[in-house]
Design a protein around this ligand. Sequence first.
Ligand code: SF4
Ligand code: SF4
Length: 118
Amino acid sequence: VTLPGLPMGVVSKVDCGDCQACCKKMLILLEDGDDLSRDDWDWTVFGLCRVRKLKHKKNGDCIHLAKNGCAVYDRRPRVCRAFDCEDFVKNHANIRSCGNDPVISEGIRRLANKEKKS
Ligand code: SF4
Ligand code: SF4
């Protein structure tokens, strides 16, 4: 699963709490403006394009996922700052059929909770 790129300047309003679904087994694509000075990314082919992605550990977690969360939180890529699983599910009705994906199922759960409260 790939986290989708988002427009510049968008900041997620989701409070992730203890959830780390986005940091596990996801393809985190780097974009212009991200810190590319570190040795934490490599190239991959995605569709017809050659793209930059964060490296993973052997278990599939993001290379920066530490015991207490993101080890580069202040310098995390733009997509990590901007992605909002709840909004993503809300805006992509068809994606709900992918509920076995941890990120999508978390978005469905959060959206359902919000709808229940309103
Ligand atoms: S799935 Fe949602 S709550 Fe979990 S880390 Fe990703 S954006 Fe945050
Ligand atoms: S850089 Fe940090 S926030 Fe982004 S996927 Fe890796 S651990 Fe998660």
